[in-house]
Design a protein around this ligand. Structure first.
Ligand code: DOR
Ligand code: ZN
Ligand code: ZN
Length: 371
């Protein structure tokens, strides 16, 4: 199968001589920055600095915060911190339901102008009547719903993800709402979304680097392999890659989810769900998908930059660029991350691709200084 779109192509410039490219800066539509609420895990400042150092100029933090951005007043707290501390564009999500409790939908109208979209990420919306109401509001107000799909009746099994996706796809078909599926991890999820796209549903989806490069077989009894959804089977990973190739999967987000070292030190069972991803995404994907010939460099840039911009209506940003040295080889060392989170299954991996410079609105927000 081939790549259906490739408009990343014309905008990647190669610098003559070295294997260095200047490409559209990356956009991550799924991160967790922990402020307000848990600044001991990550702050707007550390998260945005980590992102900038990896080539990102736009990140979208999820609303599992304290307080939850479910009303104007709560959202304002988060926006104030963003205005004060962010070094790149930080566009938050509002929650779909009050307190992310899955019962009562938020007032979309009062929040929509300041958020990228709506999501209850961290949990699935269990009640389909609530999801239907949310989709009706989203449709009426032209907002995007981004769903963490997890049906609690099925634990963290594959069914738990794809059954809720199938439910939502029917609701999305019925309402016509713009619907985005977060971090898909199973083969059945890919197939359900593929069929829905064929029948004209306004659906998009993301997956994350760890679901593309790792499986259950690589899991060790360490917190850095613990995330939700969990790593799946080789067949699932292969289906995700197929989905990247045929356009079923629209974009790659990291689900960057920092926790304290203590919360990640309790093995596979006891540790908190979530791994960091901002500072490893391009290098691991470039090394293990592009260099291995699975996808093209142009497709990777599209998946990490132009495609999320388009779907989430972020506008073009010709002055936002990432300069990447594709020949630089280095070993991932999580102790050196700018993020306050240090838990990653990619620790110790040898990778190609280093961010030399990130420009946001034409201004340098990060430059590699060989430290
Ligand atoms: O791994 C995860 N981490 N999955 C989630 O659903 C939530 C996230 C977090 O906030 O840490
Ligand atoms: Zn999630
Ligand atoms: Zn998440």
């Amino acid at each position: 199968m081939k790549c259906t779109t490739s408009y990343g192509k014309e905008i990647i410039m190669r610098k003559s001589g070295a294997n260095v490219i200047v490409c559209p800066a990356f956009v991550d539509v799924h991160v967790h920055l922990r402020e307000p609420g848990r600044p001991d895990k990550e702050t707007i400042r550390t998260g945005s600095l980590a992102a900038a150092s990896a080539g990102y100029t736009c990140i979208c933090p999820m609303p599992n915060l304290d307080p939850v951005p479910d009303c104007r007043e709560n959202l304002e707290q988060e926006l104030e911190l963003i205005r004060r501390d962010a070094c790149i564009q930080v566009l938050p999500y509002a929650s779909i339901t009050m307190g992310r409790k899955g019962l009562e939908t938020v007032d979309f109208e009062s929040l929509k102008d300041s958020v990228v979209a709506f999501s209850d990420d961290g949990s699935g919306v269990q009640d389909s009547a609530v999801m239907l109401r949310a989709m009706e509001s989203a449709k009426a107000l032209d907002c995007i719903l981004a769903a963490h799909c997890e049906d609690n009746r099925y634990g963290d099994s594959p069914e738990s993800e794809w059954k809720q996706i199938e439910r939502d796809l029917e609701l999305a078909a019925r309402t016509g709402c713009a619907y985005h599926v977060c971090h898909i991890s199973t083969a059945r999820s890919v197939e359900a979304i593929r069929q829905a796209k064929r029948s004209g549903v306004d659906v998009s989806c993301e997956t994350a680097p760890h679901y593309l490069l790792l499986t259950q077989n690589e899991i060790r009894d360490e917190g850095r392999f613990k995330m939700n959804p969990p790593l799946r089977m080789p067949d699932d990973r292969d289906a995700l890659i197929q989905g990247l190739l045929d356009g079923t999967i629209d974009m790659i987000a990291t689900d960057h989810a920092p926790h304290t070292a203590a919360e990640k030190s309790l093995g596979l069972r006891g540790s908190a769900n979530g791994i960091v991803g901002l500072e490893t995404s391009f290098p691991v994907l470039y090394t293990y998908l592009v260099r291995k010939g699975v996808i093209t460099l142009e497709r990777l840039v599209e998946l990490m930059s132009t495609a999320p911009r388009k779907r989430f209506r972020l506008g073009e940003a010709p002055m936002d660029t990432a300069t990447m040295d594709l020949d630089a080889v280095w070993t991932i060392d999580s102790s050196r991350f700018r993020s306050m989170g240090h838990s990653t299954p990619f620790d110790g991996w040898e990778v190609y691709g280093r961010c030399l410079e990130t420009r946001y609105k034409g201004k340098t927000v990060y430059a590699f200084d060989n430290e």
